[in-house]
Design a protein around this ligand. Structure first.
Ligand SMILES: NC(=O)c1ccc[n+]([C@@H]2O[C@H](COP(=O)([O-])OP(=O)(O)OC[C@H]3O[C@@H](n4cnc5c(N)ncnc54)[C@H](OP(=O)(O)O)[C@@H]3O)[C@@H](O)[C@H]2O)c1
Length: 313
């Protein structure tokens, strides 16, 4: 008999890869789906769908019933204000924890947070990820939990970094932050393998892991350009003033045309922050090591015929 794991966000970029890794290792995956269409898609992938959402406690009870682990990967990544992120990224964590605490035996719980949680004052998104972590730590009780804080995650079907990587493939580097900025990166397959490792191996004490691809000291924009395309034809450094105008304009357009924006003033503040380098000292207790360097990750990305965004539009 397979052992069941509950997964939120299975229809998303990162959750989809985690689901594939879990199933490949013999786990039975139960996934939360927000619509009948998504439920059908998950079913087609071999995931048992539970229709519901983070705002619906009854569906969460069904999702986590008789599971050994709960991987909370769903999250709002688009929005302008704190209110746009609060329900999903803060209340959603609380609702899912309450559903877990109603189980016996208790499943283990992992929250996919973000390195952005380290700097809650920068943006509404960063604030919501920080608050989501605080809710977990406050409400977990006897639940065994871990928080994973990935930096920017890349891989096939990612839509946030896709435009930058597409331009890089064409020989055009676009620098969106300060030249002295340093940041960590992780390939989505490595992130999924770290979470699977956490699930399979024992119980490290409840703690936070900042995990990256192992590049010491983090990348500069120049490192990324050099490693990704040595034959770069053009390098564009977008000045902060233009980024601010872009973020604000997109917020105004989103109100006029009724969409939820990814590129906002908050995102610009995150981009201009000089230090997004993971502190990996706790990763040793995890006993996991990254396998995919940026060079290898980009080779896979550039030779992937799945560079296009996922089915979700
Ligand atoms: N991508 C990155 O670089 C990155 C970096 C650090 C941390 N993270 C974190 O990783 C997680 C996944 O990110 P991603 O890039 O995979 O995002 P994504 O592709 O937008 O996927 C988000 C997932 O969350 C689900 N979801 C959103 N709101 C929900 C709600 N209220 N109830 C139930 N499900 C809901 C979505 O369902 P639908 O399909 O129905 O929309 C989707 O499956 C997020 O928590 C994000 O903060 C991402």
């Amino acid at each position: 008999m397979h052992t069941t794991v509950a997964l939120t966000g299975a229809s998303g970029f990162i959750g989809g890869v985690i689901a594939r890794h879990l199933m490949k290792s013999g786990w039975h995956v139960r996934g939360l789906a927000r619509s009948p269409g998504q439920a059908q898609k998950l079913k087609g992938l071999g995931i048992t769908p539970v229709q519901g959402q983070l705002e619906d406690p009854a569906s969460l009870l069904t999702l986590v019933k008789d599971t050994v682990g709960v991987i909370h990967c769903a999250g709002a990544i688009r929005g302008v204000s704190r209110e746009d992120f609060y329900t999903t990224n803060v209340m959603g964590v609380s609702n899912l924890i309450q559903a877990c605490l109603a189980q016996f035996p208790l499943p283990r719980f992992v929250l996919l947070s973000s390195l952005a949680a380290r700097e809650p004052s920068l943006s509404p998104y960063a604030w919501s990820k920080h608050e989501g972590e605080s809710v977990l730590i406050r409400e977990a009780g006897t639940l065994t939990w871990s928080i994973f804080r990935p930096p920017a995650v890349y891989g096939p079907k990612d839509r946030a970094l896709l435009p930058l990587f597409t331009l890089l493939r064409k020989g055009i580097g676009v620098q969106l932050g300060p030249s002295q900025a340093k940041f960590s990166l992780i390939h989505v397959e490595d992130l999924a393998s770290a979470i699977l490792h956490w699930l399979k191996n024992g119980d490290p004490p409840s703690q936070t892991f900042e995990i990256d691809d192992g590049f010491p000291g983090g990348y500069s924009w120049e490192d990324v350009f050099r490693l990704s395309n040595p034959r770069l034809r053009l390098c564009l450094h977008i000045p902060p003033s233009l980024l601010h105008i872009g973020g604000k304009s997109n917020e105004i357009c989103s109100r006029l045309f009724g969409y939820t924006p990814l590129f906002t003033s908050g995102k610009v503040a995150e981009l201009l922050h000089p230090n997004w380098v993971c502190d990996t000292h706790t990763t040793q207790t995890l006993g996991w090591t990254p396998q995919i360097s940026l060079k290898e990750g980009l080779r896979r990305l550039f030779t992937s015929d799945r560079l296009m965004p996922s089915h979700r539009e």
